[in-house]
Design a protein around this ligand. Structure first.
Ligand SMILES: Cc1cc2nc3c(=O)[nH]c(=O)nc-3n(C[C@H](O)[C@H](O)[C@H](O)COP(=O)(O)OP(=O)(O)OC[C@H]3O[C@@H](n4cnc5c(N)ncnc54)[C@H](O)[C@@H]3O)c2cc1C
Length: 189
């Protein structure tokens, strides 16, 4: 592992030999973005052009295909009958925004401790576990059976913050692990 890291660093060092810093050093902590409008006069935005959600759940390709397919259907109908744009384009925007909302909520929650604790301690109660899997697998439709289960799931996450319903977890290493030499902690078999 260390040799690999060293090789990377020397490669970068070589490339940066003549580099010159031209601005302050910035940190980019959140690379999610969304376009405020997804349609206009004779155009629709799909995929990354419409928005990109933090890739923790790998939603990028799914959202690109999902919105691309919807955009194609809308355009097809509008090319046949241009008057339909008034109704179909806003509907397209609403559907894609709703799908992005689903993932954005997941991603926002992921960065909280209580979400991780509930998410990593799955119990198949009320079919919540399959509902979460279905959403992560691309079921972003307006299906009531999934929506209410997701509401219960987020309620459990909310509850966990106040009253632990599953064991608390910590990212701080246990004492005996943290006192090991770095080589042993990071050693590959
Ligand atoms: C390093 C990396 C890893 C990723 N890993 C994952 C992952 O594991 N899972 C996942 O779901 N998503 C992942 N993503 C995100 C995913 O790749 C994107 O969300 C997805 O490809 C978006 O698809 P798209 O069709 O909107 O855009 P793109 O795939 O970017 O396609 C846009 C195309 O348009 C072309 N183009 C641009 N401008 C013009 C122009 N003026 N004229 C003609 N053509 C043009 C480009 O060349 C490109 O081919 C990753 C992204 C990156 C950068």
């Amino acid at each position: 592992m260390r040799v690999f890291g060293a090789q990377k660093e020397s490669t970068i060092a070589k490339r940066m030999t003549h580099a010159r810093r031209i601005s302050e050093v910035y940190v980019e902590a959140d690379f999610s973005y969304r376009s405020t409008k997804l349609h206009g006069d004779r155009w629709l935005l799909a995929g990354d052009a419409a928005g990109f959600i933090d890739p923790i759940f790998s939603s990028g390709v799914f959202l690109a295909v999902f919105s691309g397919e919807l955009a194609a259907d809308s355009l097809n109908a509008v090319l046949d009958c241009p008057r339909k744009a008034k109704r179909l384009f806003p509907r397209y925007e609403k559907t894609v925004n709703r799908a992005m909302d689903v993932y954005l909520r997941f991603v926002d929650a992921w960065y909280t401790k209580e979400f991780i604790e509930v998410f990593l301690t799955p119990h198949d109660v009320l079919g919540i576990q399959p509902a979460v899997n279905a959403v992560l697998g691309g079921n972003v439709g307006n299906c009531f059976a999934i929506r209410w289960r997701m509401s219960v799931f987020y309620f459990l996450v909310w509850l966990q913050r106040r009253y632990p319903i599953v064991p608390r977890r910590t990212l701080v290493p246990k004492k005996e692990e943290s006192s090991l030499p770095i080589e042993r902690v990071g050693a590959m078999p």
